[in-house]
Design a protein around this ligand. Structure first.
Ligand code: AMP
Length: 215
């Protein structure tokens, strides 16, 4: 099964993609994670993408399409993929259709995660993660049980994304509304869309996605 999770930044796509990876043995492909890794490694791609990401804008289509094309050819992705943060433009969606077709595969479902913009700004501006295992936390909603100690791995270092501040979040939301939201119509016309309420808690959203996939 090949899936796309579609929704604004902070909708919970990464969290749900991770859960689907574990529960359905899918391979999670996140262009945001791949680009952040490229920035951290100081590769040519990272140098091209870094400034754009810090401004909350979208990196050029060709760069992310290449990343996804490479990953679709790697071992394991034959079991099925869950795409998080890709596609984000019409050109990317069309390229994805083409990439699947060339490989004799297809996109089965697009899960749209519906959320409210103002809640997103609060959600994103408060989030941080364990530097060691990546477990996600939030200043208001999910602090580590012991202060400064990760519940999952005991790590004591935490990181915040440089683009998780209010000004950049607003620019990321703008990019979502102008460039990505039109994809809902594109996929609705293809009959692939199921919408879930992304404002619910993580477990409830996961159950709703499960029902959308199995129903
Ligand atoms: P994310 O982690 O998905 O929120 O992505 C973080 C940033 O990476 C975005 O704000 C964009 O600058 C860039 N990015 C990630 N995925 C894409 C994509 N599919 N197309 C263009 N830019 C992307």
């Amino acid at each position: 099964m090949n899936l796309v999770l579609l929704g604004p930044p902070g909708a919970g796509k990464g969290t749900q993609a991770k859960l689907l990876e574990d529960s359905r043995s899918l391979v999670k492909l996140s262009t945001g994670d791949m680009l952040r890794a490229a920035v951290a490694a100081g590769t040519e791609l990272g140098r091209k993408a870094g400034d754009i990401m810090e401004r909350g804008q979208l990196v050029p289509d060709a760069l992310v399409i290449n990343l996804i094309a490479e990953r679709l050819d790697e071992d394991g992705s034959g079991r099925g993929v869950v795409l998080d943060g890709f596609p984000r433009t019409l050109a990317q969606a069309e390229a994805l259709d083409r990439l699947f077709k060339e490989r004799g595969k297809r996109l089965d479902r697009v899960i749209v995660m519906a959320v409210d913009d103002e809640a997103l700004v609060e959600r994103i501006a408060g989030r941080f993660a364990c530097a060691k295992c990546g477990e996600g936390y939030h200043d208001a909603h999910k602090r580590p049980l012991r202060p400064q100690v990760c519940d999952r791995c005991g790590g004591t270092e935490f990181v915040r994304r440089p683009d998780d501040n209010e000004a950049v979040v607003r620019s990321r939301l703008k990019a979502y509304h102008t460039q990505t939201k039109p994809l809902i119509d594109y996929y609705t016309r293809q009959g692939r869309v199921k919408t879930v309420d992304g404002m619910a808690d993580i477990g409830t959203v996961a159950k709703e996605i499960g029902r959308a996939l199995d129903g």
